[in-house]
Design a protein around this ligand. Structure first.
Ligand code: ZN
Length: 174
């Protein structure tokens, strides 16, 4: 059902040919990412559009990587599912010294021609970058009592502060 993606790619050649690769990758084959996940059963939908910039002549890849990452919420310590929809524009360079000459809209993709380029490790890098520094639910996920006590503390502070504030206001009037 899912189209197959190649394991190794030659990005420069793909760009020259203007090819599109699309398919599914499994999170369990991304060991560096898996360490941050609560399970590794998920799949990533991958679409890579390879081409050469008509104006600048830079070979590039526009990637779209969509998946759901099972993360641990740092507030309530429960699992939460984090949807990611990454869109990236990577310009290929065969030498780090060429990074400076790239146009601003591209992130550099340094390709070492000595080693094969693994398609899933490019996707894995982008997914690792997409993980929030402090992963947590978007809603208030702590139990109700935690919020109630938090509110009381705030109210107490206000009650203590306000009489002085009134006094201070009276004094400045005199
Ligand atoms: Zn939570």
């Amino acid at each position: 059902m899912h189209p197959k993606l190649p394991i190794e790619i030659d990005p420069f050649r793909l760009a020259k040919s203007g090819l599109i690769l699309e398919g599914e990758l499994e999170q369990k084959y991304m060991p560096r990412l898996s360490g941050s996940l609560q399970n590794n059963d998920g799949t990533v939908h991958v679409k890579m559009n390879f081409d050469v910039d008509k104006v600048l002549g830079t070979p590039f890849m526009n990637g779209e990587f969509t998946t759901t990452l099972p993360l641990l919420c740092e507030r309530c310590s429960e699992l939460f599912l984090y949807d990611v929809d990454i869109k990236c524009s990577l310009a290929m360079v065969n030498n780090e010294r060429k990074i400076e000459s790239l146009a601003e809209q591209y992130e550099p993709w340094v390709i070492d021609s000595e080693n094969p380029v693994l398609l899933n490790s490019i996707v894995e890098d982008e997914l690792i970058l997409a993980i929030p520094l402090v992963p947590k639910h978007e809603h208030s996920c702590l139990p109700a009592e935690a919020w109630v006590s938090g509110d009381e503390v705030e109210e107490d502070v206000e009650k203590k502060v306000s009489p002085f504030a009134v006094l201070a206001a009276l004094k400045t009037k005199d």
